[in-house]
Design a protein around this ligand. Structure first.
Ligand code: PLP
Length: 387
């Protein structure tokens, strides 16, 4: 039996993710890793203490399938406090194994083979893979550099009679865009006009800089009951390894998502849920420092690259930064990134893998600044002269 024919058709052309490849090269070459999107520093010690307390209190068996009540209620409470959105913790909120499982369970639950899903490219890789696993067809709308804006014409051109869903990610990985109300309205208008579902991936909802405010897509007029909002405590508290995310949606959509979730993971780690229930209740005290730390890191990286051969696009949110390759680089992003890791010892992500229509990704690199200042300074030094 060859490895080709053990694979089901639905995954036949899905390749190992670029993160796996770049992380392997980073280890092999002892590189500074500005590639994969997670912090290289510990999350808040008070959240860790809550986890330990939960373990000691004996919260070590299966949690309920939909998540522990106090965490679902904490999610509902902060949506009320921050966004004035009302959600029923029992019927409209489901705790999942990270946002990754939210995306997977939602897409499997709602998409039929042959239906089309509009993605904005550069996309987060699991949207595209999930479409293919579902037998759905990704239809990509390019967010063009330098401003990476959503435009009504491009979106309208992507809609057909087979379109079922739009996936939006705001704040946006990898461009660092925080979409304006006007751009979100463009998406909402198309969703209403064509009766579409919307997945709104808001895992970076609290990473917005320079006084910007996050606008949850479900707050747009008419969007509450057609939107599945997905977020992740892994991003909010810098604890990506705990894998605690959630999906918020109307009871009807939630019921469909839970049908898949109960067989995909059933329940998510119990002590971590207890810790995150407490952590979400303390968001107000936590966020000020969280944002200040990350906007400081953004400034450190963008200022550090000012005299380099790479040109930074200053992010409005998230912990990612796109940079342009020098015009005379003479090579694409994959070759550039491979040479950076093997010759200069710094790992980055070549973003062309997040595009299916445009070749623009081949002119840029994605850097992650969720790293200690020491790591960032070392990365800047190694990036300074390019390859
Ligand atoms: C846009 C986006 N969505 C989802 C995820 C996955 O989140 P989680 O680690 O909670 O599964 C990530 C992680 O990088 C992301 O950047």
């Amino acid at each position: 039996m060859t490895s080709q024919n053990v694979r089901a058709r639905r995954i036949a052309d899905i390749e190992p993710s670029i993160f796996t490849t770049m992380s392997r090269l980073a280890v092999e070459h002892h590189a500074v890793n500005l590639g994969q999107g997670f912090p290289d520093f510990a999350g808040p010690s008070w959240v860790i203490e809550e986890f330990i307390t939960a373990l000691r209190k004996g919260h070590n068996q299966y949690a309920p399938m939909s998540g522990i009540r106090s965490l679902r209620q904490a999610v509902a409470n902060y949506h009320k406090r921050f966004y004035d959105l009302e959600w029923d913790a029992d019927t409209e909120i489901t705790v999942t194994a990270g946002a990754t499982e939210s995306l997977f369970s939602s897409m499997i639950a709602l998409l039929n083979p042959g239906e089309e899903v509009i993605l904005f490219e550069p996309w987060y890789d699991s949207y595209h893979a999930n479409c293919r696993i579902c037998g759905a067809v990704p239809v990509c709308v390019t967010l063009h550099k330098p401003d990476f804006r959503i435009t009504p014409d491009a979106l309208a051109r992507a809609v057909t009679s087979r379109t079922r869903m739009i996936v939006i990610n705001n704040p946006h990985n990898p461009t660092g865009r925080v979409f304006t109300r006007e751009e979100l309205q463009t998406v909402a208008d198309v969703a209403t006009a064509h009766d579409l579902l919307v997945i709104s991936d808001e895992v970076y909802e609290f990473l917005v800089f320079d006084g910007r405010r996050h606008i949850p897509f479900a707050t747009m007029s008419g969007m509450r009951d057609r939107t599945l909002t997905i977020s992740s405590t892994g991003k909010t508290f810098g604890m990506t390894g705990w894998k605690i995310g959630y999906t918020i949606a109307s009871a009807e959509l939630t019921d469909a998502v839970r049908t898949v979730h109960q067989f995909a993971t059933f329940a998510v780690n119990t002590p971590g849920q207890h810790a995150m229930a407490h952590a979400l209740d303390c968001l107000e005290e936590y966020l000020h420092e969280f944002r200040a730390v990350y906007s400081g890191k953004r400034d450190l990286l963008s200022e550090g690259l000012r005299d380099s051969t790479l040109t930074a696009y200053r992010p409005e949110g998230t912990y990612f930064m796109m940079v342009s390759l020098p015009a005379d680089a003479g090579m694409d992003d994959v070759e550039y990134a491979t040479r950076l890791v093997t010759e200069r010892g710094v790992a980055v992500i070549p973003p062309s893998v997040f595009y299916s229509n445009s070749r623009e990704g081949a002119t840029m690199l994605r850097l992650c600044f969720a790293k200690t200042d020491e790591t960032l300074r070392e990365g800047i030094a190694r990036l300074q002269n390019g390859v």
